[in-house]
Design a binder for this molecule. Structure first.
Ligand SMILES: C[S@@+](CC[C@H](N)C(=O)[O-])C[C@H]1O[C@@H](n2cnc3c(N)ncnc32)[C@H](O)[C@@H]1O
Ligand code: SF4
Ligand code: SF4
Length: 453
């Protein structure tokens, strides 16, 4: 006998008369009417013996898309199981740096004093991560290219992990190094915080020219997988699109953003409450550009096409889940220059150290026991309509502001507005382009208020 059930890892959220179905394992979303959900759920949970014929087509669609699966047992809904060794490791290989950026989160008391490991000890560390089946290693710092043995280290790492990535300010990438890096790392993330004037005000005089040289050297070496990373600050938040156009025209590279976090030098150099608000306002302003794009006739019509809409949403929310990042899923750790294992790079206090990397059993046990709140447990998030799209926001960032992991995410308002519009308000089945336009225009008014406040 064939029974059906919701697939493992499926979550539901009700909003007005709609129900969102969130597949947290395969990262897919769809939305059905509240009534359809209620009828189908009654059928799946054995409360009625047959399904209303009105919903048969939809039922087949949910099976085809794997939201509903067949089962030999009734109602055996499992829970998500996560692995307990870290798969992604962020290694701050040195605390030294040739720049002194105004924002630098790494520059916290205690970090500068951390001695780095010898080459032999780094190899030992890489062997441990290899034995634990880590698949991705991100090498950062400080400035990792200041280590004289960095290329040798990258060579050892390349042969052990599926993906080795390098985070650098790019100022030290000379032509020969660019050629070697191309063969050693999967992608290179190069930081650039704006035009020459804006970047240098944040990252120090002359840094823009040196970083550009580094980028040209990478381009000439044929390195394609380069991400230019812009840390959003009040100084550059209104120019993100310009930087993106410039970088893509000049190099064909893509710009990714990192959100300003009040840690390290940022705390000394900014009034962080004002800076966070200014950055969020700037993001709302940038959102207005996206809205102009959405108001294009062809895009509005595409919102009427549910398949296109869900595909688009699945791309927007590729991080979807009960946690905002890999830390909650116990998939990631951070390693300090002197080989201490801690939560992610935004948890910089020594109380977040789990132990010494070489004392594997000790830190692994603490890692297994580590508690990171899921979005359903965070008081300000547990009833939010977009919680599985957002995951509750970076907990490290929330901690950096309020000294409490359970506190609200500093950029909550922006993300909540964004996901509510994109997921709940638009893309409803049968919406006419006129209704889409009305909803978007209504939203534009809301943004204007946010910006002017
Ligand atoms: C700490 S740096 C280390 C790697 C390298 N030195 C560099 O600058 O790219 C890693 C990334 O964090 C970003 N960053 C610095 N301060 C930040 C802050 N307060 N909030 C968020 N990201 C920040 C940097 O711009 C850089 O992209
Ligand atoms: S952000 Fe990178 S380049 Fe800037 S001071 Fe920090 S470690 Fe150095
Ligand atoms: S949008 Fe805000 S309230 Fe909703 S889950 Fe994200 S951080 Fe929490």
């Amino acid at each position: 006998m064939k029974f059906y059930r919701w697939k493992e890892g499926i979550k539901f959220i009700k909003y007005k008369n709609q129900t969102g179905i969130f597949d947290l394992i395969d990262k897919k979303v769809c939305k059905i009417s509240g009534r359809a959900y209620s009828e189908i759920n009654k059928y799946l949970t054995d409360k009625v013996s047959s399904l209303n014929t009105e919903y048969e087509e939809l039922f087949k669609y949910l099976i085809k898309e794997n939201y509903i699966v067949s089962s030999t047992v009734r109602n055996e809904n499992g829970s998500i199981k996560y692995k307990i060794t870290p798969k992604i490791v962020y290694y701050e290989i040195t605390s030294r740096c040739n720049l002194n950026c105004k924002t630098c989160f790494a520059n916290t008391p205690g970090f500068k004093r951390r001695k780095e490991l010898s080459f032999e000890k780094v190899v030992e560390l890489l062997n441990i991560l290899f034995t634990l089946k880590c698949v991705r290693l991100d090498i950062s710092g400080g400035e990792p290219l200041l280590r004289k043995d960095i290329l040798k280290i990258l060579e050892v790492a390349r042969d052990k992990f599926q993906m080795v990535n390098l985070y650098t300010n790019g100022t030290l990438i000379v032509p020969d190094m660019a050629r070697q890096l191309k063969d050693l790392v999967y992608y290179i993330q190069v930081s650039l915080d704006g035009s020459c004037e804006v970047n240098d005000a944040i990252r120090g005089e002359g840094s823009f020219d040196l970083t550009m040289k580094g980028l040209y050297n990478l381009k000439r070496a044929g390195m394609e997988r380069v991400i230019v990373k812009l840390t959003v600050t009040p100084e550059n938040v209104n120019y993100i699109s310009e930087v993106n156009s410039f970088i893509s025209k000049e190099f064909g590279y893509h710009v990714d953003i990192s959100l300003f976090t009040p840690l390290g030098s940022a705390v000394k150099n900014y009034d962080c409450t004002i800076a966070l608000r200014d950055c969020e306002k700037g993001l709302f302003r940038d959102f207005q550009r996206l809205i102009s794009f959405l108001l294009r006739k062809d895009i509005m019509e595409a919102f009427g096409d549910q398949k296109l809409f869900y595909k688009f949403m699945s791309e927007v929310v590729s991080n979807m889940g009960e946690y905002p990042c890999a830390l909650g899923r116990k998939n990631t750790i951070d390693i300090t220059p002197d080989g201490k294992v801690k939560l992610c790079s935004f948890f910089r206090e020594s109380r977040f150290i789990l132990g010494n990397i070489f004392d594997v059993e000790n830190w692994l046990k603490k890692f297994e026991e580590l508690y990171v709140p899921a979005v359903d447990e965070i008081p300000s998030c547990k009833n939010c309509y977009v919680r599985y799209l957002c995951g509750g926001g970076c907990r490290g960032m929330a901690y950096s502001v309020y000294r409490d992991m359970m506190s609200p995410f500093p950029y909550c308002k922006f993300f909540k507005s964004f996901y509510t519009l994109m997921f709940w308000e638009l893309g409803e089945e049968g919406l006419s382009p006129e209704t889409v336009r009305e909803k978007i225009q209504e939203f534009q008014e809301f943004i204007k208020q946010e910006i002017s406040e």
